[in-house]
Design a protein around this ligand. Structure first.
Ligand code: CAA
Length: 381
């Protein structure tokens, strides 16, 4: 049976996340955008009220929430500031390979510390030579006795400079290409792990994006997730689960831009009337509303499929590509409606436009999403 309504619990979750975004995030979003300072204090508060680590099972101290619930949180927090949401949600992305492939013992060991006190985790897939072509990871993991020795450099890693735990994808057999990749848990305190250059980004400046360098890092064999060679599939399955959340945060950005533009259009008087009276503006607002509403439908469908154990590869890619493009288009039109003021840093919409750009790039560019969609259509599973 179809239902488009949230449960009472989900409505409460939405309200909590919205209130948090309004009271704790919005007032500080411009500051973190300007300075690039990591929003640790805000994330501490989010952690304290259960708005972080929501996907970690309750048995490990997490929220035990569904992918749909995670999307409800992501939309609201990103409505407050998507850079802060990216910093917050990086933990959920990083722990997904553990949720997918770890044994119960590994889950307890690696996930419980994240829920005991605020700390950060990063997903380490991307490398200088392995972006869209994720299968060409060059970081190596060599089995020596009971340990793996890891060597390589990861780049553009969200929260890479502040994380205590990393899920790292490395090759245990380079001759096998993507089938030679394996997944590992690496902790920051291991000798040889360091954070490299931090990116000075155009948008989403509140999140930390850094290189992670692995130099002769010895890790116990027990830190491997799944079997040798499972790494690429674990990474792909992780992205299927996380892309609905990126789409949800895109809805948050688009919604914020639409609200700011609508309010402004009602107040701004030109030629003797509010510009909202002009059809040219109304059509732009209508396009914004269509994009926000459609994108949210796709978010819920892609997340619902994941929660119900169904293959959501097609829908996760559709939702991510559509919603991220929507966020870019809606925020660009919001700047247009604000006119000269929209281009000024005194008003909030130029930040949304800069922030939105990254949504079209990370967790698989929107071109890669289209590639995935085309493959799913042409060669259905
Ligand atoms: N689930 C499970 N398995 C999958 C899968 C999925 N969704 N998609 C592919 N696979 C399997 C295939 O069945 C195939 O299996 P076999 O080896 O048994 O044949 C294998 O994986 C290889 O698949 P492909 O032939 O499709 O692989 P490919 O190399 O042609 O390309 C790709 C796949 C879709 C382009 C992939 O490389 C991709 O998604 N690239 C984008 C990477 C990405 O999203 N990076 C984001 C990094 S994280 C980030 O940005 C977060 C952050 O910190 C902000």
């Amino acid at each position: 049976m179809l239902s488009f309504s949230l449960t009472d619990e989900q409505k409460m979750l939405q309200e909590t996340a919205h209130k948090f975004a309004e009271q704790e995030i919005r007032p500080k979003a411009a500051y973190h955008d300007k300075t690039g300072e990591f929003p640790r204090e805000i994330l501490q508060k989010a952690f304290d009220i259960g708005l972080m680590n929501e996907s970690i099972p309750e048995s490990c101290g997490g929220g035990g929430l569904s992918v749909v619930d995670g999307c409800i949180i992501a939309e609201e927090i990103a409505w407050g500031c998507v850079g802060i949401n990216t910093a917050r949600a990086a933990n959920s992305l990083a722990v997904t390979p553990i949720l997918i492939a770890a044994t119960e013992e590994q889950k307890k060991k690696f996930l419980s510390p994240l829920c005991e006190k605020l700390s950060f985790a990063s997903f380490g897939l991307t490398e200088p030579g392995a972006g869209s072509d994720a299968g060409s990871v060059a970081t190596t993991a060599k089995l020596v006795g009971d340990e793996y020795v890891l060597n390589g450099t990861k780049c553009f890693i969200t929260n890479g400079g502040v994380a205590d735990l990393y899920t790292i994808f490395a090759s245990t057999d380079r001759s096998k290409g993507h089938r030679g990749l394996s997944a590992f848990v690496v902790t920051r305190n291991m000798p040889g792990v360091s954070a490299g250059k931090e990116e000075d980004k155009m948008g989403q400046r509140a999140s930390n994006t850094s290189e992670v360098i692995l130099e002769d890092v010895h890790i116990p064999k027990e830190n491997r997730l799944g079997k040798e060679g499972d790494g690429f599939k674990i990474a792909m399955a992780t992205l299927d689960k996380s892309r609905p959340g990126v789409a949800a945060s895109s809805v948050g950005v688009a919604r914020a831009a639409m609200e700011y533009a609508s309010e402004y259009a009602k107040q701004r008087v030109q030629f003797g009337q509010p510009i909202a009276m002009n059809q040219a503006i109304q059509f732009m607002i209508a396009e914004m509303a269509m994009k926000v509403e459609l994108a949210r439908m796709m978010v819920y469908k892609s997340a619902w499929l994941a929660d119900n154990g169904e293959r959501n590869t097609l829908w996760a890619a559709i939702a991510k590509a559509y919603a991220a493009d929507a966020a870019m288009e809606v925020s660009t039109d919001a700047v247009q409606i604000f006119g000269g003021y929209g281009y000024s840093r005194e008003y909030p919409v130029e930040k949304l436009m800069r922030d939105a750009k990254l949504l079209q790039i990370y967790e698989g560019t929107n071109q890669i999403q289209r590639l995935v969609i085309a493959r799913e259509v042409l060669m259905p599973h």
